[in-house]
Design a protein around this ligand. Sequence first.
Ligand SMILES: [Zn+2]
Length: 247
Amino acid sequence: MSLSNIVEKYKELLSITEVPIVLRRDPTNKFEHELEWHPKQNLWCIWYKDEPIEFYIIHELGHLYFAKRLTHFEGFALQTPFHKEIDNKLHPLLNGLLDSFVNYNLSKFDEIYPIQKQKLSSYLENFNDFKEMIDNQKDFIMLLSWYIIFFLEFNFILRKTGRVFFSHEIKRSLNYLKSSLINVKSMVFIIDFEEFNKKLSKFEDVKEKIDPKLIVLFMINVIYVLDYWTKKELLKQIKLYFPELKS
Ligand SMILES: [Zn+2]
């Protein structure tokens, strides 16, 4: 299937056919797959690299689907605005949390779930590759964002049969990520994993919510455990990251 056919197929499935989207190949091949809003042309652009994986395209469309589901809250699809006071350390963490909401919403489509399940299974089955990927990541914040994503995807996106079948592998992978975070160490964050996992597990209560404020509140509660930002500071950052959010 051609890329534009993939886009058309999933736009229809996700009921976002009215959204104008173009695909552009990233000539530098450097960036991750990305969604970009072009206000002048009134157009969304999905940037892709060589060998795009079907699911990455679906994921970018998922941001638009999720934004629409949240009564057109496009803050969850737009790129981070430029602002001199934005704390970039937050970016991978907010992104990891947001991506998990997007992927959860996508997983409810029976046509999409098998693609996600295959991706998650391949991480769980090929432990050596997983380890290598983790070992190559020396950036603490990036590792932490992966911990968030894998914790939420293995525990809440993988459906029950998969979770039971892979229970050993899930534990093994998350423990490996956890020990890597302890080894890489951070100068600023101290993670109480028990508390962090507890707050992440509140995903269960918010995963169906369509009020962006509740989702943002969940994000704040998770990130607050890191004992780095005060609640006031987090609220200020959230306003900078998602200026469309009405208080
Ligand atoms: Zn994303």
